[in-house]
Design a protein around this ligand. Structure first.
Ligand SMILES: *[C@@H]1O[C@H](CO)[C@@H](O)[C@H](O)[C@H]1NC(C)=O
Ligand SMILES: *[C@@H]1O[C@H](CO)[C@@H](O)[C@H](O)[C@H]1NC(C)=O
Length: 367
């Protein structure tokens, strides 16, 4: 506790309202308002007990890029047209078992970064190639920190992808930096980071990001940055400007596609690949989706052996569902389990024609 400190423009009641250990986590991506499903296309810490916690390990940790476990790809990559609206949903409890987007005592900035990768499943998130497309610190007109506006927006941070963003695979990185623990004698800014895997459908060009806007993560911020040392208990952000950490935001413009004079086969091949998504495609025929798992139809059967084979297929898929379920939950897996159990019971009871129709929750089951 910091009993003698009362932050500028905030009452005591708010200041000490929450001592909860739930902080915040990016759980859900919306593309042009369409919910992609909890955890779908999102690199999130796998362990529920720490998934809402700030990054541990300091500013040099590879976790700075896409958070805990963020170096590992998830199975699905969501297609998003250049210029589309992306909304990042943040929750205090990953599975939404309790309401809240971020602990209200946490004050600071929000930012979105992009990095184009040639291979979304194997390229490293940590390292060079990142640029910032959006940042907000303190809004002097509204007298609110970006984190307070996030709460006002029900946990949704919305940005527009640059309309001329070149086609290809991207990591879209959300970064919340909170500075409520930066005090006179203790400097402990907190980073909350997560990434979405995107396939941007845009012009077939290469990004033209000036070198001074490209950063390596980790390495894009330093402990001495004013945005990390700003003391909200001493300085009034409506008088002393707050500077969000990292490079200035930049919106890439598409470079014209090189024409016939281009004899660089490799480059042309890359551009070809960039047109159509081949990796991380979400199967169109998912009977049910849970985060980055998709339930595929089990083989049809007309005898006892076939019935048991389909039952085994169903349960094998179920294992993969539970294993891959992130802290946002496994509701889809439980629905799938009911269905597998139905097939199994049918095999026992001599109902050897199937499978029975899947009565999931349809689109609503895409949790
Ligand atoms: C990306 O890397 C994975 C794993 O190394 C590989 O299986 C896949 O074919 C690669 N995709 C492309 C488009 O090169
Ligand atoms: C950091 O802030 C949290 C609340 O956000 C508080 O519970 C914790 O005691 C603080 N730690 C320090 C070292 O100030």
């Amino acid at each position: 506790m910091m009993p003698s400190l009362v932050r500028f423009s905030m009452g005591l009641a708010t200041a000490f309202a929450s001592l909860s250990t739930a902080h915040t986590v990016f759980t859900t991506l919306f593309i042009n308002g369409v919910d992609q499903g909890d955890g779908t296309c999102i690199r999130m810490a796998k362990k529920g007990s720490v998934c809402t916690h700030p990054i541990a390990g300091g500013l040099d940790s590879p976790d700075m890029a896409c958070g805990r476990d963020g170096q590992q790809a998830v199975a699905f990559t969501c297609p998003a047209p250049a210029g589309s609206k992306l909304s990042f949903e943040f929750r205090m409890w990953a599975d939404a078992s309790q309401p809240g987007s971020i602990d209200p005592s946490h004050l600071g900035s929000t930012a979105i970064y992009l990095k184009q990768v040639s291979n979304i499943s194997s390229d490293s998130a940590a390292g060079p190639g990142w640029f910032k497309i959006y940042a907000e610190g303190y809004d002097t007109a509204a007298k609110k920190w970006a984190t307070e506006k996030l709460i006002d927006n029900g946990g949704l941070l919305s940005i527009e992808l640059p309309p001329t963003l070149p086609a290809g695979y991207y990591l879209a990185r959300s970064e919340i930096v909170t500075i409520q623990n930066v005090t006179n004698d203790h400097v402990d800014p907190q980073f909350y980071v997560g990434c979405a895997q995107l396939f941007v459908q845009g012009p077939p060009t290469t990004p033209t990001v000036p070198p001074d806007r490209l950063v390596s993560i980790p390495g894009h911020v330093h402990a001495s940055d004013p945005g990390l040392t700003f003391n909200i208990w001493r300085d009034d952000p409506s008088k002393t400007a707050y500077t969000v950490v990292g490079p200035a935001p930049f919106s890439p413009t598409a470079a014209p596609t090189p024409t016939s004079t281009n004899t660089n086969g490799q480059q042309q091949q890359q551009q070809q690949q960039a047109i159509k998504q081949t990796d991380g495609v979400i199967p169109a025929d998912c009977q049910l989706k849970n985060a980055n798992w998709c339930g595929a139809e089990v083989p049809a059967y007309a005898d006892e052996a076939g019935c048991w084979a389909s039952s085994a297929d169903c349960f094998a898929q179920l294992d993969a569902c539970y294993t891959s379920a992130p802290p946002t939950g496994s509701r889809g897996c439980r629905l799938w389990e009911d269905w597998c159990t139905g097939i199994q019971q049918g095999c026992r009871a001599g109902r050897w024609r199937g499978p029975p129709p899947f009565h999931g929750e349809g689109a609503a089951a895409e949790v």
